[in-house]
Design a protein around this ligand. Structure first.
Ligand SMILES: [Zn+2]
Length: 128
């Protein structure tokens, strides 16, 4: 058993009552009130206030959120991205393999991970 003496619990200060919802007394509030009465809530007015306040706060937060930008413009393809004769996309310079093939052209494959080469041209670490 511990001999620690715990401090007596501090009485919590009563919170001030929340302001009534803006739409109190309107059709929706009356509907909430009616539902609370039907379900036998002990304080239907407070329940209707809470529901309507919650709804109004949610709507305010939704209004404050950044809207998703909807555009009808078709995004242009990346200008540095080329299409080969075979129809496959060649990655732009930064993402393209730096290796030079035997015919003197640059490799058309995409870099693998953080290396400068594709999986075919990457130097494999071998144990000697
Ligand atoms: Zn390559």
């Amino acid at each position: 058993m511990s001999d620690r003496v715990r401090p007596p619990p501090m009485p919590s200060s009563a919170r001030p009552p929340l302001p009534p919802p803006k739409g109190k007394g309107t059709g929706l509030w009356k509907r909430y009130y009616q539902i609370a009465v039907e379900n036998g809530h002990p304080n239907p007015e407070k329940m209707a206030d809470s529901l309507l306040r919650n709804r109004e706060m949610t709507q305010e937060l939704e209004q404050a959120r950044r809207r998703l930008q909807v555009t009808e413009n078709v995004p242009r393809p990346n200008e540095t991205e080329k299409i080969s004769k075979k129809g496959r996309a060649i990655p732009s310079g930064a993402f393209r393999c730096k290796a030079t093939k035997l015919d003197g052209k640059q490799c058309v494959f995409r870099c693998f991970g953080s290396t400068d080469f594709c999986t075919k041209h990457a130097v494999k670490k071998t144990l000697i």
